[in-house]
Every structure is written in C-alpha cells, then in structure tokens.
Design a protein. Structure first.
Length: 492
C-alpha cells in the first residue's frame, strides 16, 4: 500500500510536469515562436497554469500533505517547502492564476512591440490590468504592514518593504559619496567597446566563456531573446539567453550573468530533480550568483588577463587595448539609462526607481498612465539623466509584462549577497585571483556548489545566508568590496 508521502510526491510530479510545459512554452515564446502564435499561446499557458494550480490546491493533495511523515533524509525539508507552496496557492483563486498567465503571454508581445516603437501608450492599458492583478494577489495573500510585502514574499521569503527601504538607506550614502569622488576624476574612455560586432562571433565567444566558467552545455544551451533570461524545467535542461548590441560587453556580461543563474540551477543534486527541493531558494540568492559571475569574476582583472587575448583574436578591432585599459573601461562608472548594462555603483539606483514606482502604483499614489513622467523624474533625481524615450525609460524591462511585480528589490539584495558570499568563499579559497588568471574556475564553482547550489531549497533563504556567511544579509562586505575596487580603478 502506498504511503501518504508517496501519494503526495506523485501529485507533485504532476504539478511539476504542468509547470515544465508552461516554462517550455514561455521560453519558446521569447526565443522562437512566430508572432502569429501569441493568442493561442496565451490560452494554452493560461489553461496549463490553472490545471497546475488546481492540482496543487486539490483536497487530495492537502490530505496527502497532512498525513505524510518523513521517510528519508530531506523529506522534512521537502514537506516544509510544499506546505508553504500550498498555503500560498490556496489563497489564490485558480481563475486569477489562469488570467495572470494568459495576460502575461499577451502582455509580452505587446511589450516587445511597444518597446520597439518606444510607445508606452500602446502598452499602458495592458500594464494597468497587470497591476490590478497584482493588487488582487496581494489582497488574497494578505499582509500586515504594506501591500508590497505580500508580493515580495513570493520572491524572497520573509522580506518586507520596510527591510528594502532600510537596505537602500544603508547603501545610498556611501555609494553616492564614492560616485561623487569618481565624477571628479577624468572620465575613462570606453568608446572602443562600441561598434558593429558580428553576432555569430559574439555567440561563439560568449558560449566559450560560459563553458569555461562551468556551465554544462550537455545540460543546457544559449539562445537570443529581447531581454536576457535563464529558465529551465529540470536539473538536466537549463536554458540561457543573451542579446547582441553595439556595446560588446552587453552580450559578454549578459551571458556571464545568466550563466550564474544557470549554474545555480545545474548545481542541485540530481536526486532532487523535478522535486520541490531543486533549484534556487530565492531570487535574492539567485541574483547573488548571477552578479558574482558577471561582476566579481567577469569584470575582474585576473579574468581578463586570461581571456583578453582570445577576445582580441576574435575581434581584432579591440587589439589596441592593454589589460589595464580594458579592465578600467569595462568598469567605467557613468549614469546610464539601461539597468542591465549599468555599472556596479549606479545599478542599485535603477532598482530603487522601480521599487518606488511599484509601491506608488500599488498604493494608488501613481496612476499607470503617469508612469513615464514619474520614471523620468526619478532618473533625473537619482542619476542626473532623463531618458530620451520610453524604450530606454520605463519600457526597458520585461518584468512588468510578466506580472513580476515585487521582484526588483531582489536584484539589490543579490548585489549585497554576492560580496557577502564571496567574502566567505575567499576564506576557504584564498587564491581566487591566481585561479582566474589561469582560467581555472572549478575550485570557485565547487565551493559555491558545495555551500549554496547543492542546498537547493533545503533551507530558508535567511537560514542559508547565515549558514554560509555566519551573519544575516548586510551591506558591509558589498560596500567594502566596491570601495576597494573602484578606488583602485579611478586611483582615488
């Protein structure tokens, strides 16, 4: 006779398969689907999402969960994770889940078109519906202090809007001071990094990079998309995307960033594949890994002491760079419009703009129709620049079209955690610079896998952070790391 735990795992496998189908179809929509398939795709995704939700919250699933007892190692952690998933899902009507997924598929196509034409008005009505759904979600989920808390908790368990504000306050002063000191120095010249770069050559080079740092192409691949992302449906099938722009660093650092996400997913134990324990524990921790590989590793001088000759061989126009000049150019600090291409020092200001706008729309302080004006005003206030059009302004990110409202603060959490985890890593792997200079990344990836990736969702985010670093998330390591790096680059 099967046990309640076995029955539960069987039902969870059904939910996982339905979610996998949704994820595959979403990946295809953003990479290969013909535009004419959008309406049908929206209906398919909506129905599959509803089916997955109904299976998860069904009485039989809840009964199996209530009766299940741990039978093997890690079963207790799995039951904790499942209980949270079911508790959250039970609060949401299946009809709302279906509508959000259906609208997201339609919204993505409208966002792509609106961004291409820099036409916010063509997307505004759809975006307003998505924010309305987010408000409904928050009310169903419930919150104590702020409507934002209910949404953020889905991405970073236990995090609140108040904690996010405290985080920004802790980093704003020191970063503004450092940016001011840098602004008084001669500007670095990165003009040679802009040009017309063959896309096939960029694809070959970026795939070589992500393979070198440890992304397993036997269990993944890289394609192109309007906005880079990483997704997957099993430990054995992880998909990266990148994009190619006149700035050659766009594809390079975008690929390293998404590979960080991808290696985190590939690092889950295969025995957990397609179970609730597999994959990243939160988006803040996830983002810490993409930022580690993009910035701490990928924008380091030792990294490019190894890879610059290969880059120059592939793109002879870059042959005039010596290592120090190239290193300083790719770390140039300058206020810019596009979040994903922002330097480390100004990046969090981009996130702050989005966080404040989301809060204002959710609380009714800001109408969606007035979002571009509010966006531009905040960019002028925080970065001293005003976007010239909606495409480089409020239409640049894909997240709102997906319904991922409450997501953005996890990017700044990831920035802080990248340095906090790296500080812990260097205690055990003290020769990171020598390793990177030799192109040997296995010890670094091995440490991250042992301490973070292989933990999957076994621990809560806050427990994992303290377990690995010995302290809660904080800004000290992040601020110290940036201060040291950029004072050297700008010779302050």
């Amino acid at each position: 006779m099967s046990s309640a735990l076995t029955d539960l795992k069987t039902r969870l496998a059904d939910v996982n398969a339905l979610h996998a189908a949704v994820t595959i179809m979403d990946w295809d929509q953003q990479t290969y689907m013909p535009r004419g398939g959008a309406d049908a795709r929206a209906q398919h995704l909506g129905i599959l999402s509803r089916m997955a939700h109904e299976t998860l919250v069904a009485d039989d699933t809840r009964t199996a969960l209530d009766k299940a007892t741990p039978e093997a190692e890690d079963d207790e952690a799995m039951l904790r994770v499942v209980r949270r998933h079911i508790d959250l899902a039970t609060k949401l009507p299946s009809s709302l889940v279906e509508e959000k997924t259906r609208l997201a598929a339609i919204a993505h196509e409208r966002w792509v078109e609106a961004r291409a034409n820099s036409d916010f008005n063509g997307f505004a009505a759809t975006l307003e519906k998505m924010f309305d759904i987010a408000k409904q979600e928050a009310e169903y989920l419930g919150y104590t202090e702020h409507v934002y808390d209910a949404l953020l908790d889905q991405y970073e368990q236990g995090a609140t809007a108040a904690e996010v504000r405290t985080m920004f306050e802790s980093i704003k002063g020191p970063q503004v001071e450092l940016v001011k000191a840098i602004s008084e120095q001669p500007q670095l010249d990165d003009s040679k990094l802009y040009g017309h770069w063959n896309e096939s050559d960029q694809s070959e080079f970026t795939q070589m990079l992500v393979k070198s740092i440890g992304f397993d192409f036997n269990r993944g691949r890289q394609d192109t998309a309007p906005h880079p992302f990483c997704t997957g449906w099993s430990v054995g099938d992880i998909r990266l995307t990148t994009r190619y722009k006149p700035y050659i660093g766009s594809a390079i650092f975008g690929s390293l960033h998404e590979a960080g996400h991808g290696m985190y997913e590939q690092g889950s134990p295969m025995t957990w594949d397609r179970t609730p324990l597999a994959g990243g524990v939160s988006l803040g921790v996830h983002e810490s890994q993409s930022r580690t590989w993009e910035n701490i590793v990928g924008r380091s001088k030792p990294f490019w002491s190894h890879f610059l000759p290969a880059l120059q061989a592939k793109f002879p126009a870059l042959s005039g760079f010596d290592l120090d000049t190239f290193y300083r150019a790719i770390n140039k600090v300058e206020p810019s419009y596009i979040r994903v291409e922002a330097d480390e020092l100004t990046y969090n200001l981009h996130v702050l703009v989005r966080f404040e706008i989301e809060c204002d729309v959710l609380t009714g302080k800001l109408a969606v129709k007035d979002l571009p004006e509010a966006w531009n005003a905040k960019y002028a206030q925080y970065l001293g620049i005003t976007p010239r059009n909606d495409a480089e302004g409020c239409l640049q990110d894909v997240h709102w079209s997906m319904g991922s409202i409450g997501y953005f603060p996890t990017y700044s959490m990831g920035n802080l955690l990248s340095y906090q985890f790296w500080h812990a890593l260097e205690r055990d792997v003290p020769d990171t610079e020598e390793l990177m200079a030799k192109g040997e990344f296995a010890p670094i990836l091995g440490w991250l896998t042992d301490h973070i990736y292989s933990a999957g969702k076994r621990f809560t985010p806050k427990h994992l952070i303290k377990r690995v670093t010995g302290k809660p998330i904080g800004a000290d390591d992040y601020l110290a790391g940036l201060d040291k790096k950029y004072r050297e680059i700008y010779r302050l």
